[in-house]
Ligand binder design. Sequence first.
Ligand code: PEP
Length: 255
Amino acid sequence: MMRRPILAANWKMHMDRAEAGDFIAGFLPRVEQASAVDIVIAPPATALDRVGAALEQSSVQLAAQNVNAEAKGAFTGELSPAMLREIGCRYCIVGHSERRALYGETSEGVAAKAAALLGVGIRPIVCVGETLEERETGRTHDVVGAQLAGSLAGITTDQATELVLAYEPVWAIGTGKTATPELAQEVHSFIREHLCGRFASAGNEIRIQYGGSVKPDNVAAIMAQSDIDGALVGGASLEPESFARIVQFDCPENT
Ligand code: PEP
């Protein structure tokens, strides 16, 4: 099964509008040849319009970092799926571990967000991953399995191929500790089995990204694993040169 690789930048709460504009100006000329992969950039909400406009003539796609599952109403500070669609988002990260840990996001809430996004034609990037303590006590599969079951509740088999999963072991995010490619593959294969159990053959078409200290010099080995179809990149996505090297992970000069 050939799944089209998908490399996504999660800028988190970095980049003002001028910095975001400078990034795109430096990034696009470096990735003109990268037509065989999907490239996605998730700026902070304040830069969505600016980045969206700068990406208009390119194949690089815009993403949001969060959404509210409701269509409209008295939800101060929140943005609806239709608002994100209006501003040009094609993808939206949901259930990032920072949101789960710092803002009380639950898998049930993530499922509602994913369903609402699919309803307006935005592809959710659904994040799952265990903490160090959960790994060390042998609970990785239980935790990731429960996150998957909860976060994908209500998604239909027809919608499944629009989903992107991101396996991000919490202990590898922003820490410089990357999971070894083999360790990541082991969990990706577990996730693949879960997706095939849930969505039958459509599970084989769903792309599963790895996230956690992905860098230009480790991305090729990670991408070489059979169930790893992309990367969700935080720190190393903030410099145009670094993220450009990541999206061109298969170039010989990059390995
Ligand atoms: C992330 O936040 O999704 C992430 C993987 O961050 P980093 O690449 O900085 O570890």
